[in-house]
Write a protein that binds this ligand. Structure first.
Ligand SMILES: *Cc1c(COP(=O)(O)O)cnc(C)c1O
Length: 380
């Protein structure tokens, strides 16, 4: 089955009881057993629920994986991956990382004796320098937030395989429509389903997908033992959202390209960070490992004026000022005072998060309306 067919059909079966074409919301905690140990495959909804199960097999198929598991949030999915490790194990992670991932690594797992090293993965050599006998996991995020850096998954997998280190990829920004890390050799792919997979800004959810049977066993054991599962109603909403994933992401890419070029040609804009530009670092890698460049764009202003940045984000009307991304509606954000405010200014500056940096999640509205909205916001 091709991707655009999978989004509609993979893992979805008409309801055996009624023939309902859409997977029902099995809003139930438990399941009647005919006699001890005789049941229809479901015993208790933390362990398994038919609505969640349909979504789990759908998302697994989209990532070209065999095993999928859904969680109450993206961070709960990350929590599950790190719980597969043991005290003394080490993880190498990207330095340009989603803030919540950094927080759970540093403030939750370090106290259980798991150690994290953060390196610039745009240069793969930096990873080799950090590997030792205790390294058990490499955690990749690509494109990164908010600088849209592209990390070469295949090259990292090559290094990791030799040392028997597992590779996990946070694929939230790219979506499986644009990038499938398991096909590039990664062991686990993680999603904040909250973003593009849900796609309608109405659900918080996470997911993991793998092809490795022993990793899958651990994943389901932790999902059931720690219990950070998502509910059937949310599973239904995401099943519904995913059906248009290919169409939405196609439009996010088209609109993203138009907005990126508008910004590039605007004399008030300094840098535009969007992996579709030939001048973007690792543009060639992006072309190789992605099927498009997405609708996430960051840019800075000439003179790096904080006041001008604040004025722009307050003036846009279609681009709404909010955290999060990946919904059908366009959002605008100001990393240095919002998502990245907790990082010391000097550190921020080093990674390019200047005072005037603005991040856009370009939605699927009419592109000319979006550009007009930005044009008006740039006026004094
Ligand atoms: C939002 C996000 C997360 C965390 O997911 P939640 O669903 O908010 O818990 C992790 N990684 C990336 C790249 C994200 O954008």
């Amino acid at each position: 089955m091709k991707f655009n067919t999978k989004v509609i059909h993979a893992g979805i079966h008409p309801d055996p009881a009624t023939g309902a074409i859409m997977t029902p919301i099995y809003q139930t905690s438990t399941y009647v057993q005919e006699e001890i140990g005789v049941h229809k495959g479901f015993e208790y909804s933390r362990t398994g629920n038919p609505t969640r199960a349909a979504l789990e097999s759908n998302l697994a198929a989209l990532e070209s994986g065999k095993y999928g598991a859904c969680f109450g949030s993206g961070l709960a999915a990350i929590d599950c991956v790190i719980k597969m490790l043991n005290p003394g194990d080490e993880v190498i992670s990207t330095n340009d990382l989603y803030g919540g991932s950094y927080r759970i690594f540093k403030t939750i797992f370090e106290k259980y004796g798991i150690n994290f090293h953060f390196v610039d993965m745009v240069d793969v050599q930096n990873i080799s320098n950090e590997i030792n006998d205790k390294t058990k996991l490499i955690w990749i995020e690509t494109p990164t937030n908010p600088m849209m850096n592209i990390i070469d998954v295949k090259s990292i997998v090559e290094i990791a395989k030799i040392k028997r280190i597992k590779v996990a990829v946070d694929n939230t920004f790219a979506t499986p429509y644009l990038q499938r890390p398991l096909e590039l050799g990664a062991d686990i792919v993680m999603h904040s389903v909250t973003k593009y997979l849900g796609g309608h800004s109405d659900v918080v959810m996470g997911a993991l997908v793998t092809n490795d049977e022993s990793l899958a066993e651990e994943m389901y054991r932790i999902q059931n033992s720690s219990g950070a599962v998502c509910g059937p109603m949310d599973s239904f909403l995401v099943l519904r959202g995913v059906k248009t994933l290919h169409l939405r992401v196609q439009r996010h890419c088209e609109n993203g390209e138009k907005v990126a070029h508008f910004l590039h040609n605007n004399p008030q804009v300094d840098q535009v960070y969007w992996p579709g530009f030939k001048t973007h670092p690792n543009h060639e890698v992006a072309k190789e490992q992605m099927n498009g460049f997405g609708g996430m764009i960051s840019f800075t202003l000439v003179g790096d004026s904080l006041d001008k940045a604040k004025s722009i984000v307050s003036k846009t009307k279609l681009f709404t000022l909010a955290e999060s991304l990946g919904g059908v509606e366009s959002l605008i954000g100001h990393p240095s005072t919002m998502t990245h405010a907790s990082i010391p200014r000097e550190e921020r500056m080093k990674s390019g998060v200047l005072d005037s940096l603005i991040r856009l999640s370009v939605g699927i509205e009419d592109a000319s309306d979006l550009i007009e909205d930005l044009e008006n916001a740039f006026k004094n």
